[in-house]
Design a protein around this ligand. Sequence first.
Ligand SMILES: [Zn+2]
Length: 337
Amino acid sequence: MRPGDDRESSVTSPSSSRDPNSWNSLPEPPSSAILELVADLSEEFSKREALMHALASEFAQKAVLTSSWLSRVDFGWGPERVKDVSKGIWNPSSYAATLTIVSDPNGEYDDGDHGDSLYRYSYERRPPGQDPRGGSNAKLREAMQLGLPVVMLRKVAGGKFVPVMPVYVVKEEPERRRFLLALDESLRFLPDPSHLTEDQRRYAERVVRQRMHQPEFRSRVLGAYELKCAVCDLRKAPLLDAAHITADTEDTGLPVVTNGLALCKIHHAAYDENILGISPDYIVHINRQVLTEIDGPMLKYGLQQMDQRPLWVPRRVVEKPDRDRLAARFDVFKQVG
Ligand SMILES: [Zn+2]
């Protein structure tokens, strides 16, 4: 419950009382102030972990976090606001450091991927004449000094966010008025983030894709498809994926909604395995051999009865699946089945 300045002075004071002429060199037992700090930070880590669990659970259910939900999140200590109303950096007084930050890829700040493994996050602007490092930025610096995990909320639409977590503040560049963040615990301790080896670069790319780009793609696609499977209409968000039409391993496999389909786990796997195909006129097709097989209800109702069913697609033209991409994938399906 104490502000950062109190904590610093209480930590440094006990060492001054140590007697330099003491006959042995055993360290003094920890002072109550240090124990209190450790206990505070321990609780702070627990609260942040519980918060991230609550955010992940909500994101799995809804594929998005809304401003109104973020204004009242119950993660075990009573409902709390976890995002600032108007500013990007949320510094609740009961926390030692910043809890969440908002990043808007289309906003006024120069936030975004930095090199292969980091994310640059600009200082919050301060009124003219005031220290640019101060204000809300001070507690984000505190998160760096204490090694506390922070939640980044990436804005995907008005009042809608995707969580990237945990992120860590690993460096400050005051001359450029920004912090650098690691988007994963494993990227915190790279010896020289600006000069990665080829292996480190590939690993970092994969982590950044999994931690930031894939959740955003899932959020946009599932939102466009109103949280239901385009093949069978299943409305269980935790069982839904954002499938790529052109695979993301190909250069043209961009994470855009027109290259996506909301599919349940079964139909996603069936699409990837060419058991299920989708023609460019938005009709579902099932592999000919699979249509002749006899098995339990999943085969009969889950696959065979989907044959010739119209695909459910978003109403907005800019969100409908790209027919050229579907055609290319459908050619592969026809060759197989
Ligand atoms: Zn389905």
